[in-house]
Design a protein around this ligand. Structure first.
Ligand code: PBG
Length: 345
């Protein structure tokens, strides 16, 4: 008889034949930094996550570095917003300040900046609106002015590069954004600043809790005029291919769990490094079930991350980054403890 169970018999055998691993070096930790805060504010829908005050950032990064996490993705929450995006271009804005602070304290850390206007615009959409505004095609369709938005994003990218971002991550799903940013960065002398493109970002319900964290709820309408229809896997691959052609350094797919088929298909087609973003709703969902005692948080969180790796993701943006790093540390110290015990026997 063929007996696949033979290699599942002991922990040693199982370890030997394990195909996929989540490593701490795969993890990217998202951080929210909010202007005008004196103390960190917990985010109710995302247990364990907070909006940080700028002054909390160094200690938070110390912890991240101690855990062996090598990269952060910074989101800024400004005190004021406006209709045209001027707030987003201030050199003293919350994001440039956070980036400078991060680089001063931890030059080795890979500092990524989310690049989007939704948190800075009063209407909460990911770009400036055309004059027609919400009248669009009826039913609340929102008309974001793609090319006017690109110009703003180009200036923001240069601002973030100057402030020390190693990587900018455009997340607004504007057409041509990667080509535009590459040109804007190169022209300003920031050839070395990398672009991690949120190439395939779906119009997902799983972003709900994030919108509390980053205050980026659209005041009217929704994001279906620029984010991908979750029904369209082939269109997602087309978006990824375009960003490869436009010069992205790495590609991101989002949300992760609901898009594992796209992660797998992208892995098979493209050679660029591939990131997947396990979003706020995926995090909140596991926490909510764990709080009721319906799921074991640790095993389910690790399994969800493993699934992303198995599908073909290289890097994972996850709110579990810190907890996961701790769990991995515990596992390896448990192992070395067991080994020591055995050698003493
Ligand atoms: C902003 C942005 C969003 C997320 C990352 N960047 C929200 C959105 O598009 O509505 C979602 C992250 C998360 O849910 O964890 N463009």
């Amino acid at each position: 008889m063929i007996r696949p169970r033979r290699l599942r018999r002991t922990d040693g055998l199982r370890r030997l034949v394990r195909e996929t691993h989540v490593r701490v070096s795969d993890l990217i930790c998202p951080l929210f930094v909010r202007e005008g805060l004196v103390h960190g504010q917990p985010i109710a829908s995302m247990p364990g996550q907070q909006q940080l005050a700028l002054t909390d950032l160094p200690a938070c990064l110390d912890e991240i570095a101690r855990l062996g996490i090598g990269a952060v993705l910074v989101f800024g929450v400004p005190e004021k917003t406006d209709e045209r995006g001027e707030v987003a271009l201030r050199e003293t804005g919350i994001v440039p300040q956070a980036l400078r602070r991060a680089k001063e304290n931890h030059p080795q850390l890979v500092v990524m900046a989310d690049l989007c206007l939704c948190g800075f615009l009063s209407h909460g959409h990911c770009g400036v609106l055309t004059a027609r505004k919400e009248k669009g095609g009826g039913h609340g369709d929102v008309d974001v002015d793609n090319d006017a938005t690109l110009r703003l994003l180009g200036d923001m990218a240069v601002l973030y590069a100057q402030a020390g971002a190693d990587v900018v991550a455009p997340s607004g799903m504007m057409d041509g954004v990667v080509r535009h940013l590459r040109a804007a960065l190169d022209e300003a002398g920031w050839q070395r600043t990398a672009i991690l493109s949120y190439a395939a970002k779906l119009a997902s319900g799983f972003y709900g809790p994030f919108r509390d964290a980053a205050h980026s709820v659209p005041r009217f309408g929704d994001r279906r005029g620029y984010q991908l229809d979750p029904a369209n896997g082939r269109e997602a691959l087309r978006e990824l291919r375009l960003d490869v052609q436009e010069g992205a350094d790495a590609l991101m797919i989002k949300p992760a769990g609901p898009c594992l088929d796209i992660v797998r298909a992208a892995r098979e087609r493209f050679d660029l490094p591939l990131a997947a973003y396990q979003v706020s709703g995926e995090y909140a969902m596991l926490h909510a079930a764990a709080r009721r005692g319906w799921l074991d948080l640790r095993s389910c969180a690790l399994e969800s991350l493993l699934a992303i790796k198995r599908a073909g993701g290289d890097m994972i943006v996850t709110y579990f980054a810190r907890e996961c790093a701790r769990w991995l540390q515990e596992e390896s110290s448990l192992l070395s403890f067991l080994r020591k015990q055995e050698s003493m026997e």
